[in-house]
Ligand binder design. Structure first.
Ligand code: HEM
Length: 399
């Protein structure tokens, strides 16, 4: 179906009341030249693995599966043994890159991640991490799931995803990203089965279908991560070649494909990604009780790592990255002195790091400490440089 035709269907459907405003129909060019099925992305989950993990949960096999997948870490590790047969077969069929993945681009993306890791730490940690707390469906799902009660551990696990994605060998046999993505996919499938059994979540869930983590939800999160970072790097004038930008997008296309998003919904270009973000992410951001609680914990984690940074500085950096509206929703108190230092200091910090400024700016050290604090807070709660294993949840948030 051509884009024009699809847009026509969307408009007609909306006019007839068949397609809700929240329904996400493809109106963008899709990766690998995929064509639209006409199904809105918020009515698509991951049926095969969802059923398999529902059975694992209902048959009391979560602990055994966690034991089996613990030593499975590298992309070229043999698949775990001792899994229920349907799960073993599913992994055999899915533990690989999508057919359209381009290793040359992925290698370039890994190198790009290494070259820009300072900004990526900052943007994923204080930008995307805090933005996730004003994405209502995500905040409510995370808060009411098991990990929501221990955000230190949960943040470290989520960081594992970004960390493994950023490694030089991420997609190569010696890397870990394909395994990490598959484990995440199993976690999401389990959450889809158990979260809808929790009355506290059902009371606040606004999904018309009452099943969390649809393809549309994953796209929203992708935009709060990859697309957001891309726009900030451009805004901050961090030098990037066209090939770097394309490679960075490609690594995210592969990442969300590995998380079960259908090709038809994955935007093919940055232009399409930004258009999709304007459609699915920007209009839904808002304050929730759950998000407020999560934001407090996340910012607390970073300020706990005592590298001489004040909470005021952290709040102001968050405000600088995400803007006043989000900072006000989260009631981040003002610290005008820190705000002034950041406004002048951060652009100079970037310019100096990128070799565009001959002299080290004042406060260079302060920004370096901030980046170290973010990294330490999210790597095993600041206690280790090892990433934290991802495990299948055996329950929702304990109440
Ligand atoms: C778990 C990453 C989208 C809700 C996880 C984990 C990772 C992850 C790495 C495992 C860590 C852990 O167990 O705590 C991602 C990425 C996404 C994405 C990269 C998209 C690009 C979403 C969305 C939602 C969601 C859209 C909800 C709307 C959850 C929940 C858990 C989880 C509830 C389980 C937490 C727990 O019980 O501990 N995700 N996720 N995720 N994710 Fe996602």
């Amino acid at each position: 179906m051509s884009n024009l035709h699809r847009r026509g269907v969307l408009t007609l459907g909306a006019a007839l009341g068949l397609v809700g405003v929240a329904d996400v129909l493809p109106a963008w060019s899709a990766v690998g030249g995929a064509t639209s099925s006409g199904t809105p992305a918020n009515w698509v989950w991951d049926p095969e693995i969802d059923q398999i993990m529902a059975n694992v949960f209902d048959n009391g096999q979560v602990a055994a599966v966690n034991t089996a997948i613990r030593p499975w870490v590298d992309n070229n590790d043999p698949l775990p043994t001792g899994l229920p047969a349907p799960l073993a077969t599913w992994l055999q069929n899915h533990n690989k890159l999508p057919a359209w993945a381009d290793m040359t681009k992925l290698k370039r993306a890994a190198d790009f991640n290494r070259r820009k890791d300072t900004y990526l730490f900052m943007l994923y940690g204080l930008g995307s991490g805090i933005m996730s707390t004003v994405i209502p469906r995500e905040a409510k799902s995370v808060y009411w799931s098991k990990g929501g009660a221990d955000m230190k551990d949960r943040a470290a696990k989520t960081f594992t995803f970004g960390y493994d994605l950023s490694q030089l060998a991420a997609f190569e046999p010696s890397g870990q990203f394909i395994v990490t993505a598959n484990k995440t996919r199993l976690v999401h499938a389990t959450v889809r089965h158990i979260l809808p059994t929790l009355p506290n979540w059902l009371a606040v869930a606004d999904e018309p279908n009452k099943i969390p983590i649809s393809n549309a939800d994953i796209l929203v999160t992708f935009h709060s991560l990859g697309t957001f970072v891309h726009s900030k790097l451009k805004e901050w004038k961090v030098p990037m070649s066209a090939a770097d930008e394309e490679a960075f997008l490609h690594s995210w296309q592969v990442a969300i494909s590995l998380l079960g998003v259908r090709d038809e919904y994955i935007p093919a270009t940055w232009n399409d990604a930004h258009a999709q973000a304007a459609q699915v992410l920007t209009p839904i951001l808002t304050h929730t009780f759950e998000g407020q609680e999560l934001a407090e914990v996340l910012l607390g984690l970073v300020s706990e790592v005592d590298l001489g940074l004040t909470r005021g500085f952290l709040n102001e950096f968050t405000r600088y990255v995400l803007g006043d509206q989000i900072a006000n929703w989260l009631s981040l108190p003002r610290d005008y002195i820190s705000a002034g230092i950041i406004k002048i200091g951060w652009p100079s910090y970037i310019a100096f790091r990128e070799g565009l400024l001959p002299l080290m700016p004042a406060n260079f050290y302060l920004f370096d400490q901030l980046i170290r604090a973010i990294a330490m807070a999210f790597l095993n709660g600041g206690t280790s440089t090892q990433t934290t294993p991802i495990e299948i949840p055996d329950m929702n948030r304990p109440t």
